[in-house]
Design a protein around this ligand. Structure first.
Ligand SMILES: Nc1nc2c(c(=O)[nH]1)N[C@H]1C(S)=C(S)[C@@H](COP(=O)(O)O)O[C@H]1N2
Ligand SMILES: [Mo]
Length: 386
């Protein structure tokens, strides 16, 4: 006996089911500019690694806490191996100079912060990818507490932070400086722990500076010396490396990278039933995120995304006060039901609490690679009939 042919509607059901099973769980999001478009994704990653940059994997960019494994990294190839017992933190140029051991730092009261760490050059037109960032939980004594242990800042109005990574011919560590006012406003921390464990070697064991809301060139790893000064620190990274040119009237002036700008990026497109879930993060330095919109048609229309805000996300966490989350990103999600398969150009756009929107275009009054905030477009190819 032969089985009768399946009725047309059963056939369609079987086809749909097979198509669903063949659907990938996640779709690749391709930048429209920069290294990955010129050389392909793999060569782009290798080029970044050659200059000692490793990007964050996309999964860690759309969750509230980025895991330590695969957390982005940026330094100068040198990762000193520091012995905890002989480690010393020298503090000079303050009311009473001190040299602290790791045990001294451990014995002080600790605080915790959750914050976006972002390389100042992240997401510029050359990089395209925007993966030089992460969000971790950091614990350790506040810088304010460490200065108190030195009788206060004394005459110092500025501070330079020196790393123990000896760099090539310079034979001096990496260093970066901020004003006392900036350090106080951001509530900087001397972090000894990242996501509940002692710092890993690549992220600055045993101690690093973290500065909520300020770009991470200032988050000096393998911190060996804090130097109080009565004038701004004049090091090469402050003066030249991390600077843009900005137009002031009819002049162009050099400006140092500082407070993180208003940004958002879609970093994941995950299968969600018969459609897709777009996930990403939005952050604005000192500016809380009020709303995120998503466009899936190259900017013709925008729809509001759902927001998981850090203050709500961590509200049950007794160790974290609201002010400890001020520098954290919000995670957004958007349920997307494209009408047909094909290529789509998608992006997110953040709005801060004052109604200010993430820029659509580069600011013509700024030249340089840092603090590039404009909307990051991605191309995604959706499988299925056109
Ligand atoms: N000692 C030291 N600290 C450093 C650097 C460095 O090269 N040496 N690079 C800075 C830069 S440019 C960035 S973006 C962050 C990156 O931190 P991560 O490698 O832990 O992600 O570290 C900062 N701190
Ligand atoms: Mo950086």
């Amino acid at each position: 006996m032969t089985t009768p042919p399946a009725p047309a509607d059963t056939r369609a059901l079987v086809d749909a089911r097979e198509a669903a099973l063949a659907m990938p769980e996640e779709l690749a999001l391709r930048p429209l500019e920069g290294l990955p478009t010129w050389f392909g994704e793999r060569v782009a990653q290798a080029l970044l690694r050659a200059v000692s940059m490793e990007e964050q994997s996309p999964a860690g960019l759309s969750s509230m806490v980025t895991p330590v494994a695969g957390y982005f990294r940026r330094d100068r190839h040198v990762h000193p191996s520091i012995d905890a017992a002989s480690y010393r933190l020298e503090i000079r140029g303050v009311a009473a100079a001190r040299t602290l051991t790791l045990d001294d730092l451990r014995a002080m009261p600790w605080e915790e912060r959750v914050l976006v760490q972002e390389c100042a050059g992240n997401g510029n037109h050359m990089m395209g990818s925007a993966g030089l960032r992460g969000q971790a939980r950091w614990r350790g004594p506040s810088l304010e507490r460490v200065l108190e242990a030195c009788g206060g800042p004394g005459e110092a109005s500025h501070f330079a932070f020196h790393g123990l990574d000896r760099l090539g011919m310079l034979k001096a560590g990496y260093h970066y400086g901020l004003s006392l006012e900036e350090l106080r406003r951001s509530r900087a921390l001397i972090a000894l722990e990242m996501n509940g464990a002692p710092l890993s070697r690549r992220h600055g064991f045993p101690a690093r500076l973290v500065v909520p809301k300020i770009y991470s060139m200032s988050h000096v790893k393998w911190l060996g010396r804090i130097e109080g000064k009565q004038a701004p620190h004049d090091g090469i990274h402050n003066r030249w490396v991390f600077t843009n040119q900005e137009r002031r009237g009819d002049r162009w002036v050099r400006v140092q990278a500082r407070w993180i700008g208003l940004k958002s990026v879609i970093s994941c497109c995950r299968r969600d039933g018969d459609g897709w879930l777009l996930l990403g993060s939005a952050w604005g330095g000192e500016r809380p995120i009020a709303r995120v919109e998503v466009s899936t048609d190259g900017g013709s229309t925008w729809q509001e995304a759902a927001l998981d805000r850090p203050h709500e996300h961590f509200s049950g966490d007794a160790g974290l006060r609201p002010e400890d989350l001020d520098g954290a990103w919000a995670v957004f999600s958007y349920r997307w039901r494209p009408a047909a398969g094909g290529s789509y150009t998608i992006a997110s756009r953040a709005f801060d609490a004052d109604g200010e929107a993430q820029r659509m275009e580069e600011d013509p009054a700024v030249r340089g690679h840092f603090n590039q905030t404009r909307v990051k477009w991605r191309r995604v190819v959706v499988p299925g009939p056109k």
